[in-house]
Design a protein around this ligand. Structure first.
Ligand code: BGP
Length: 489
């Protein structure tokens, strides 16, 4: 029986990020960006603790001097830059209603410091949006998804500096003035809370490129991003009142590792740290508990005159979050610890299964996440990322039978449906990702998330040809039935 749970214009979408798909790292006048220096780390070295996500000043110097020694997969992406027409056509044939993508800052302002934007970069995005329109797909655009012109990182240490706020506002104004008639939904920054975990991808800051303590650096960057976001929203409303602006949170659902009150306290603390950011984005004010936290952690936010007013003015219209898994919070003897977004906590939830990358598979967590957010903020919600990273294989008959991905998404969509029945105002669900792309945290290509297989390996070998997987045909049916037919393709 068709229950019609999903709203009529529900945005069935899929997500991506420029640094993970575009490639063409040195074409179209693009400058170098932070992700162009994230190298692939062999699995054996990863086990030995080599970092795969962040880059230090020392490493950056080495990569710039000897680039030939390293494999930088984000320079290749999945070749979207050259294949966007084919990709958007495939999305349209799947019935996708919306495509979330991001802008490469260094395509528009190659170093970040130019006065005039790079026309070739703007023209590229013009063509992508036109293609989306031609194919009936709504673009949802993230202004900044983990990439920064490298000059902003080396000279200003990213969002450590207040100057970066204004360089970002310049970028945003350029985008909004140029694209406001083509893009209605804007997400300012991807996963604001990931700064606590990884300031390099999230805020363009290197931990050894500063005089500040690591904690001060993280919170200073986070504060500057909050300010930048508010200023951009205020500017955006002056440019076009019909535009809608959203935030983006990496929403891991936190469970206490045990029933010990201390573990519950740690869980509450983790939630509070996320809420600090999102309360500011939604209400323009800081929650009461932050004063004590800042003072005890010796953190001083660089608040200047008019900032608080700017934060109050530039609040968001809709709330977005990525959801992949839940994590367990455990209290350590040393006291409450800032460890949000650590997806692989040392305790394992015995009731859940795990992906090959140890991310807990927890569909009910999505329902919990939706409630936590809607109950607190009462804003329309968009699930802007959800998906399963897996090793896929092309069978001898030329198909990819990714039933595990279908199962994962089906279970999550069922919980989404329950949440809508509960009364949560969700207006879209975006899978990660439309096709196979470079992994953000590990830079592997073999950690695949897509509905479309891309013939490429971790070293860039392959034709980059596209092949729809079994899940592609499954999601097509899901969309065609507006979420009512979740049975196999
Ligand atoms: C989110 C990021 C994405 C994406 C996803 C999956 O945190 O916004 O960019 O990549 O995680 O992560 P990974 O690619 O590391 O598996």
């Amino acid at each position: 029986m068709n229950e019609n749970v999903f709203p009529k214009n529900f945005l069935w979408g899929s997500s991506s990020a420029s640094n993970q798909i575009e490639g063409a790292w040195n074409e179209g006048g693009k400058g170098l960006e932070t992700t162009d220096f994230v190298k692939y780390v062999e699995v054996s070295d990863r086990a030995a603790g080599e970092t795969t996500f962040s880059v230090t000043k020392k490493q950056l110097e080495e990569y710039r001097t000897h680039p030939e020694k390293y494999n930088f997969p984000k320079r290749r992406g999945n070749d979207f830059y050259h294949r966007y027409k084919e990709d958007i056509k495939l999305m349209a044939e799947m019935g996708l209603k919306a495509f979330r993508m991001s802008i490469s800052w260094a395509r528009i302002y190659p170093t970040g410091f130019e006065k005039i934007p790079n026309e070739e970069g703007l023209a590229f995005y013009d063509q992508v949006f036109d293609e989306c329109k031609k194919q009936g797909i709504e673009p949802v655009v993230t202004m900044s998804h983990y990439d920064f012109p490298i000059e902003i990182t080396t000279k200003l240490n990213g969002f450590e500096s207040r100057e970066t706020v204004f360089l970002f506002v310049k970028l945003a104004k350029t985008l909004l003035e140029r694209f406001h008639s083509k893009v209605k939904y804007w997400i300012i920054f991807n996963e604001c809370n990931m700064v606590f975990h990884a300031p390099y991808p999230c805020c363009g800051a290197m931990i050894d490129n500063t005089e500040l303590s690591e904690m001060q650096l993280k919170f200073q960057c986070a504060y500057h991003q909050l300010l930048a976001s508010a200023l951009v929203i205020d500017e955006g409303r002056k440019i076009d009142k019909t535009l809608l602006f959203g935030n983006m949170l990496s929403k891991s659902v936190y469970y206490p590792a045990t029933t010990k009150p201390e573990d519950n306290l740690q869980q509450q603390f983790d939630i509070a740290m996320d809420n600090w950011l999102t309360d500011t984005q939604v209400w323009g004010t800081f929650p009461y508990y932050m004063n004590r936290f800042f003072s005890e952690a010796k953190i001083k936010l660089p608040i200047m005159c008019n900032d608080l007013e700017a934060l109050r003015k530039g609040t968001i219209d809709f709330f977005t979050f990525s959801y992949y898994c839940s994590v367990l919070c455990n209290y350590e003897e040393t006291g409450l610890k800032l460890h949000t977004t650590d997806l692989t906590s040392k305790y394992k939830n015995e009731y859940l299964k795990f992906s090959k990358w140890e991310w807990a598979i927890d569909p009910i967590g999505l329902r919990i996440a939706l409630h936590q957010i809607y109950d607190r903020y009462h804003l329309p919600v968009l699930v802007s990322e959800c998906g399963l990273g897996a090793y896929d294989k092309v069978e001898v008959d030329g198909t990819v039978k990714d039933d595990y991905r279908i199962d994962y998404l089906k279970e999550h969509i069922l919980q989404l449906k329950e949440s809508i029945k509960d009364g949560v105002d969700v207006f879209g669900f975006f899978t990660w990702s439309y096709a196979d792309i470079v992994s953000q945290t590990t830079s592997e290509f073999s950690k695949r998330y897509g509905f479309i297989y891309v013939d490429c390996d971790d070293y860039g070998h392959g034709t980059f040809e596209r092949l729809p997987k079994k899940s592609y045909f499954w999601y097509k049916k899901v969309i065609a039935s507006n979420g009512e037919n979740l049975d196999e393709a």
